[in-house]
Ligand binder design. Structure first.
Ligand code: UDP
Length: 234
């Protein structure tokens, strides 16, 4: 079977990397993502990954701390996650490079778009750390930005719910799941899928978003193959 997409940008939230522990890192969970990503790469899909940092730190929940400084800490948290995910993916037999938006040449390559493209050509997974490199942004926005830069066919927003609902399915048993949505729906109905900056970035650059559940890690592969899962925003 041919994959539906040639190049994807996968966003892994910090929460997803923590598994049931909710904070820190769960190596088994990261390995399960790696196994699914390996199947995608073996099928010929080029995979870029943006990692979140919420399992360690979120700038906006840092209390009295200066927001810019808190966001710097948040971006460093994503760098830790990028290194950990790289390790788990390598253990699955993948070739991986980490590129960070804040330079730390002793531990990772700096983010250079053309270099990332060259890595994709060679079948390497590129993990993008440190978000956009700027405070006041989120890793969802970083994922939208990197998706545009690497000309990804789609932005996979892998989360802890199996799609977008009209209200929180963890709180309301009558919540209804959408199969498809428009960007205007996301922006006007205030659906808590992602922040408006990230949604607007995808809308302006015509990048579809597939929201799906990482509770089943192999959804990453199924999504690449075009199986009917999650909610598509286009
Ligand atoms: N962050 C930032 N700029 C960016 C991306 C992230 O300042 O471009 C900081 C911000 O403090 C954020 C933290 O890094 O709260 C972790 O990222 P995020 O909350 O998006 O992680 P996730 O919720 O996906 O785990």
């Amino acid at each position: 079977m041919e994959p539906k997409y040639k190049r994807i940008l996968l966003k892994l939230s910090g929460e997803a990397l923590a598994g049931d522990k909710k904070t820190g890192l769960d190596y088994d969970v990261m390995t399960s993502f790696g196994e699914s990503i390996k199947k995608c790469v073996d099928a010929g899909v080029e995979v870029g990954v943006v990692v979140g940092g919420g399992n360690f730190w979120r700038g906006r929940s840092s209390g009295a701390m200066d927001r810019t400084r808190a966001d710097h800490i948040g971006m460093l948290a994503t760098a830790m996650n990028a290194l950990a995910v790289a390790d788990a993916l390598e253990n699955c037999g993948l070739e991986v490079r980490v590129q960070t938006a804040i330079s730390m040449p002793q531990v990772a390559e700096p983010y250079i778009r053309n270099k990332a493209m060259r890595h994709f050509e060679k079948g390497r997974v590129v993990i993008f750390g440190c978000g956009t490199g700027n405070p006041f942004f989120s890793t969802d926005t970083a994922a939208a930005l990197r998706a545009a830069e690497i000309e990804a066919d789609i932005f996979f927003k892998a989360t802890m719910v199996d799609g977008v609902y009209d209200k929180d399915p963890h709180k309301y048993s009558d919540a209804v799941k959408y199969d498809t949505l428009s960007f205007n729906d996301i922006l006007s109905k205030n659906l808590a899928v992602m922040d408006s900056t990230a949604a607007a970035m995808c809308k302006d650059n015509n990048i579809p978003i597939l929201v799906f559940d990482l509770g089943r890690p192999d959804n990453i592969y199924d999504a690449c193959m075009g199986m009917n899962i999650g909610t598509v925003v286009k």
